[in-house]
Write a protein that binds this ligand. Structure first.
Ligand code: GLC
Length: 435
């Protein structure tokens, strides 16, 4: 299976799961990171949240440890979101965390903690800036002041904005040492590619951090994959595709049939930025099963955890993460470095993933009545089958009940015919070693 990513970035594909963190002034308001735009708040109306910003419970260690304990391999924080507020000490704006009562550079602390827990570290950077005077307002699709008569005839200096935006990115890629991921967000309408001077931006970033993995949103967000699927992608096409709240129905390939890496970003509930009224949390079971589905289609999951205004992950998020971690502890061999089992059809009971030529994992979501079929795998190929969680042996079946189905291999998942419950109700994993 040919993967369209350079070998020094293969770690990204192998990681399969990362944590996203949306944190900013909006976290203390509790109505999501788009609150300024959605409620058309002026800079002045938003200012109190800047003046009082002091996430007293913030502890970078808590974030990084929760990610690492849940089995996540990388972590991405909103260094700057659309409201323009910087969680780092940018020299190009006063609209930054070091000018709030919090005073410290949160990005610096976050990066240090991520490294301590051996996580690859990424930064999200908004191409959009609703605070900057030279960002379009009246005609913009999303600006809080869109359609506001006061801005109809305003002139802006777009080149000045670009200079500023590029300089802010350059600070991030030069002031914090080695970075693993840069997550640009986002493009819409004519606000994409050349409009961002994406080629120059990309060249600059790659000059400072040649190994860095970058998403595809300088060019496109959601409405297409961008030129990454072309034979000769643009220099700013990025390293992977970034679907949002959707798992692609099939692996994404480029025009030559090579597999293109992707990462679905989604949140533990329905919000990127903290919203205490959003109680629609995803269960650990749901998250793990969707992760497996992603791997079976060559994708990653980037799971957002919104800290509250004090900087804390709430208990509900922590409980879910810890349950994910318990499962990962026993079953991570079937996640990291796994890819689609491209020679095998999707089984009815769940998914296959594959680690190498000799190792296949059966992820069983739905227990069998009687023996379990392993479609596509001949019994003569099998060296061993074990339960990954405890390494116990699973017998290749010679049961009389299956004798009629000579073209299918069966295993005895349960020692009795009638057990409905799976030993692991989240995802019962079998490790199948081939000869
Ligand atoms: C969107 C939203 C944004 C969020 C991002 C995460 O593009 O604008 O608020 O940060 O998606 O993927």
């Amino acid at each position: 299976m040919k993967q369209k990513i350079s070998p020094d970035k293969q770690w990204f594909v192998d990681s399969r799961i990362g944590m996203f963190i949306h944190f900013g002034l909006y976290s203390s308001i509790g109505r999501g990171e788009w609150v300024r735009s959605r409620e058309n708040l002026t800079i002045e109306e938003y200012q109190p949240y800047f003046d009082s910003f002091n996430p007293s419970a913030f502890d970078a260690d808590q974030w990084a440890k929760a990610a690492a304990d849940a089995g996540m391999k990388y972590i991405i924080l909103t260094a700057k979101h659309h409201d323009g507020f910087c969680l780092y000490d940018s020299q190009y704006t006063d609209y930054k965390i070091t000018n709030t009562p919090f005073k410290r550079d949160l990005v610096a602390q976050y990066i240090e903690a991520a490294r301590k827990y051996d996580l690859k570290v990424g930064l999200y950077f908004s191409l959009i800036d609703w605070y900057h005077k030279d960002f379009p307002k009246f005609d913009d699709w999303h600006h809080p002041m869109r359609g506001n008569e006061a801005y109809r005839d305003e002139t802006i200096d777009w080149d000045n904005y670009l200079k500023f935006m590029h300089a802010q990115v350059e600070e991030l890629v030069t002031n914090y040492g080695h970075l693993d991921i840069m997550w640009f967000d986002f493009s819409y309408g004519e606000m994409s590619s050349d409009k961002w001077e994406a080629e120059e931006l990309m060249t600059m970033v790659r000059q400072h951090q040649p190994h860095i993995v970058i998403d595809n949103r300088l060019e496109t967000s959601g409405e297409g994959f961008g030129s990454i699927i072309d034979n000769e992608p643009n220099s700013y096409s990025g390293d992977y595709i970034s679907p949002e709240h959707i798992i692609p129905p099939y692996p994404i390939k480029d025009v030559n049939g090579d597999f293109v890496p992707w990462e679905v970003c989604t949140s533990i509930n329905n919000s990127w930025g903290y919203d205490p009224t959003d109680r629609s949390y995803k269960s650990a079971k749901f998250i793990i099963r969707k992760l497996v589905e992603c791997i079976s289609k060559n994708g990653n999951i980037l799971l957002n955890i919104p800290p509250d205004g004090t900087g804390r992950f709430n208990q509900q998020s922590l409980d879910i993460l810890s349950e994910v971690g318990d499962w990962m502890e026993l079953n991570h061999a079937s996640i990291y470095e796994n890819r689609p089992a491209i020679d095998l059809e999707k089984p009815e009971w769940g998914y296959y993933t594959q680690k190498d030529d000799k190792t296949i994992y059966a992820h069983i979501f739905d227990g069998p009545l009687g023996v379990l079929p392993l479609p596509g795998i001949a019994s003569s190929q099998i060296a061993s089958v074990t339960r990954l969680m405890d390494n116990s042996v699973v017998k290749v079946s010679d049961s009389w009940t299956a004798l009629a189905f000579t073209d299918t291999t069966f295993v005895e998942l349960n020692n009795s015919h009638a057990t409905e419950a799976l030993m692991d109700d989240i995802d019962m994993v079998l490790e199948i070693k081939l000869k």
